[in-house]
Design a protein around this ligand. Structure first.
Ligand code: FAD
Ligand code: NDP
Length: 330
């Protein structure tokens, strides 16, 4: 914090984007303050990777690394260079005032922090469907990220199911067709929402079978393995036009039914697209308010990977430092 009692930069969110921003801001001696959140958006501090097992595509870990361990290491690195971390969720912000205000807690326990610059790294939450069996089999055959989990040995040469009809679902079904023996796409309407190019890619792929007007009803366990652990074995589905129910044998069930960016606490203060993602300037993390930067999944509905989030976290810290310098605030 500067001597005035006003922070140089407050980072909101603690996934790969937030921690990378923190490491860069701390090494630039901005003494960043991070609010890592307390189950904000339904996700623990550390972000989405705390909900997964092996991360095999983050550079530097040839033997893979567990998601929680990777985030513990990022947190330790942030602290090592001088980031102060508070385990609080930001409830609201006032980005129109000078300095800007960040509010944690509610009612009598609400605390207001003043800051010159804000980095928003609050991520997004993958939507779940709440089908029967989902909680028991989550990450035991059910996943919300095919690009992250699809290449795991357990999904090789076995039937897989993808739910959704958007670009993500088409992209994920196409990606999974490299590994699975057959891919069943469950689409709740009689058409896809995805772009025409993505649709065509799916239609042209002989491994992908589309089940139109179909919803998942239940995720069913398969036989327990040698260690007594049961994984997904099949998916019970229902045709919502004919009401006919059937069972699709499957070892993997991938949700691609959209994400919700964690932007509600911002109200209408920043430009968002129609689905709530923050809009930043091209090739930049700058939002429409000077001194406010956004990085990671909260502004990226296309790539949504740890390494892309980390990359944009780096950009946000560098752009924040540059802005503070240009404004004569550091
Ligand atoms: P997040 O990781 O979403 O972190 C945001 C954090 O901010 C959260 O902890 C949240 O609680 C906190 N927060 C939200 N609102 C507030 C608030 N108001 N105040 C304070 N804090 C707040 N990517 C890969 O590259 N490889 C993988 O193998 C991989 N596996 C995945 C597996 C699963 C199951 C999932 C769901 C995702 C996976 N991803 C993977 C995607 C990757 O996790 C995300 O792209 C990445 O975590 C995004 O980072 P982020 O920093 O933008 O946000
Ligand atoms: P979308 O919101 O576009 O699509 C979600 C899909 O899930 C829709 O088909 C929707 O059905 C379906 N769905 C939602 N809820 C349910 C439910 N309860 N049961 C069954 N199906 C459900 O999300 P995406 O993640 O696909 O895409 C988000 C944005 O990111 C889009 O703008 C997309 O264009 C973009 N994107 C672009 C990519 C690229 O260009 N390479 C790759 C990935 C995403 P319905 O259609 O009936 O509403």
């Amino acid at each position: 914090m500067a001597e005035s009692g006003i922070e140089n930069v407050i980072i909101i969110g603690s996934g790969p984007a937030g921690h990378t921003a923190a490491i860069y801001a701390a090494r630039a001696e901005l003494k960043p303050l991070m609010f890592e959140g307390f189950m904000a958006g339904g996700v623990a501090a550390g972000g989405q990777l705390t909900t997964t097992t092996e991360v095999e595509n983050y550079p530097g870990f040839p033997e893979a690394v567990s998601g929680p361990e990777l985030m513990d290491q990022m947190r330790a690195q942030s602290i090592r260079y001088g980031t102060r971390i508070e385990t609080d969720t930001v409830e609201s912000v006032d980005l129109s005032s000078t300095p800007k205000k960040v509010v944690v807690g509610t009612g009598d326990s609400a605390k207001i922090y003043e800051t010159h610059s804000v980095i928003i790294a609050t991520g997004a939450t993958a939507r779940r469907l709440g089908v029967q069996g989902e909680d028991t089999l989550w990450q035991k055959g059910i996943s919300a990220c095919a690009v992250c989990d699809g290449a795991l040995p357990m999904y090789r040469d076995v039937p897989l199911v993808v739910i959704g009809g958007g670009d993500s679902a088409c992209e994920e079904a196409t990606y999974l067709s490299k590994f699975g023996s057959e891919i069943h796409m469950l689409v709740r309407r009689d058409e896809l929402r995805a772009s025409k190019t993505m649709q065509q890619r799916v239609f042209d792929n002989p491994k992908i079978h589309i089940h139109w007007n179909t919803n998942a009803l239940e995720a069913l366990s398969g036989e327990p393995n040698a260690f007594g652990h049961a994984f997904l074995g099949s998916v019970k589905v229902k045709n919502n036009k004919t009401s006919e129910e059937s069972i699709i044998p499957a070892k993997g069930l991938f949700y691609a039914v959209g994400h919700t960016p964690n932007t509600a606490f911002l109200g209408d203060q920043l430009k968002k697209d129609e689905t709530g993602y923050l809009i930043t300037r091209p090739d930049s993390t700058a939002t429409d308010i000077p001194g406010v930067f956004a990085c990671g999944d909260v502004k990226d509905k296309v790539f949504r990977q740890a390494v892309t989030a980390a990359g944009s976290g780096c950009m946000a810290a560098l752009e924040s430092e540059r802005w503070l310098g240009e404004e004569g605030l550091i």
